[in-house]
Design a protein around this ligand. Sequence first.
Ligand code: 5AD
Ligand code: FES
Length: 352
Amino acid sequence: MENLKNLVDRLYDTSHLEKDEYVTLIENRDSIKDYLFSLSSNVREKHYGKDVYLRGLIEFTNYCKNNCYYCGIRAGNKDAERYRLTKEQILECCEVGYALDFRTFVLQGGEDPYYTDDMICDIVREIKARYPDCAVTLSIGEKNEETYRSFFEVGADRYLLRHETADCEHYSRLHPPNLTAQKRQECLYTLKKIGFQTGAGFMVGSPYQTAENLADDLLFLERLKPEMVGIGPFIPHHATPFADMPQGTAELTIFMVALVRLILPKALLPATTALGTIVPNGRELALKVGANVVMPNLSPTDVRSKYLLYDNKICTGDESAQCRKCLESRVTSAGYKVVKSRGDHASFTERK
Ligand code: 5AD
Ligand code: FES
């Protein structure tokens, strides 16, 4: 016990532990969690106070050329009803979102070749022209360096690309052979190099995951130093190869969020929808241990129930305004406050 406390103290002081030390904390988390949570919550307040940033999530296509074994919109899922939003529809989402005080728009989709680089650039350029005080985040998968650069040049500010799992062997058990951990990680380093505020992240409780895998995820975050880290539980989707695999737990997910807050003190950490899906107060719990971002759904209501990465996803039946209100009241009830701001990483100053 005292030993565990020393480990957490050292993590707090240095933002680094050895792999076996992370494993020890993860395996003995029940006896150290309260202490960890008190420190992680302090670190979050030191850098961001009680502020919580909003991101308007626009799920603009559920077509995907990939076949990740865990994901409900994988190409192999012939039951998925596919949709794409037009540029005009995306801009309408932004208009609604701006009126609801969103100052970041996240364009997320499957890897859908229908949208050429030029089309994405055109959409980003138009959003930035209409809403110069807003940040644009892209979350559209693996691209080459030139493409990432072209997105950055037209004004995209941030890019989300979860690393999913840092361990190559574990990665290969979650993905078909054409997708590799090495490629994934290279993309993330490229995004950082270009100057994006970059988001990595992983699922907790994904099939075959061990405590060592999670420790490797933490060491990878130490090396990459992403500005954002998305952490959510794995939730099975009925029409995937992992339909019968057990779901990740909220308890371990929350513990991992708290560890990441100590490793990357200024990180932007979302309280994820997946966590809110498996326990009703999941997002509130994440906020209390160090998360500082929420991502209400801004997609048009008629497509929401089609963007299903996992079963039982919440927020699929609500209007954007309802979703926004619901999240604000959750944030307030947890003791925090939603702020109307781009919500950049504490080390970023706005680009000219
Ligand atoms: N359960 C939880 N999260 C999932 N994701 C994809 N499928 C699932 C699932 N079944 C996550 C991945 C991806 C992000 C957009 O959603 O981590 O990067
Ligand atoms: Fe969308 Fe609650 S956050 S309905």
